[in-house]
Design a protein around this ligand. Structure first.
Ligand code: NAG
Length: 245
């Protein structure tokens, strides 16, 4: 009873106050609020899109900055040395620098602890499709076509090493062997691209060819092969370089 009385009194007041103007004003007010909601939601959409773009941009920026900063890895793997007479567990260490923008990888193999090959600097240039080994103990440089079934591309290798760094360790892995033969002396190192040119400048540089048929390893001593053990994938590779002059 009280409510109805209040409403009716309000009605009366409203009528007396606004007179004939009231119905259209009420309608326009309603239309205005719908428009307001529209504007508000459009504003929200624009704001949200702005936020999304901004966060994508910031994420990308920091992610790339992070990549640029974290392109250096000092890593080690354990592997079963199936190439030696006595199968032993070996450890291989190397420093890896990955250049995502320039699309190449640079690897340094320090002097191995237990006679597992020569120390070396290696460049895998994905732009040129070339690999170069600088055998540090011989101070000679060897160049061959990049083998993409052995060498992971920079981004994939980076992801592998970043996972290892984060604690997802590589399980103990294996070693495989490949054999290369020296074919010719390289005089025009400029043609090898600037990264390899820089690595090999001032060193005797040779082209390599992959030896298709694998021979027994016991010929290795007589054949004068040098070996470099390295990894740029989930397994270790021993690259034999034979016919070294
Ligand atoms: C790359 O390496 C794999 C494994 O050793 C070998 O089978 C293949 O023939 C190589 N490819 C080239 C192009 O050298």
């Amino acid at each position: 009873m009280v409510v109805s009385a209040l409403v009716s009194s309000w009605k009366v007041v409203g009528k007396s106050g606004m007179g004939e103007e009231r119905p259209p004003s009420h309608r326009s007010k309603k239309g205005g609020s719908v428009g307001g909601v529209c504007y508000l939601s459009m504003g929200m959409v624009v704001l949200l899109m702005g936020l999304v773009f901004a966060s994508v941009y910031i994420y990308r920026y920091f992610f790339l900055a992070q990549l640029a900063r974290d392109n250096f890895f000092h890593c080690g793997v354990l592997y079963e040395d199936s190439l030696s007479q006595v199968r032993t567990r070996m450890e291989l260490e190397e420093d890896v620098k990955i250049y995502l923008e320039e699309n190449y990888e640079r690897i340094n193999v320090p002097v191995p602890q237990f006679g597992g090959g020569d120390p070396a600097d290696i460049i895998h240039d994905f732009q040129r499709g070339l690999t170069a080994y600088h055998d540090i103990s011989l101070d000679k440089c060897y160049v061959i076509e990049l083998n993409t079934t052995i060498v992971l591309p920079p981004r994939n290798f980076w992801e592998l090493l970043a996972n290892v760094k984060r604690g997802t360790y590589l399980p103990q892995t294996y070693i495989m062997q490949e054999e290369m033969v020296v074919t010719e002396h390289v005089s025009d190192k400029q043609a090898l691209g600037s990264f390899i040119h820089h690595l090999c400048s001032g060193k005797d540089t040779y082209r390599l060819r992959r030896r298709a048929t694998r021979r027994r390893i016991n010929k290795r001593g007589a054949q004068k092969c040098s070996a470099i053990r390295h990894f740029e994938n989930t397994f270790v590779v021993e690259t034999l370089i034979c016919g070294v002059v």
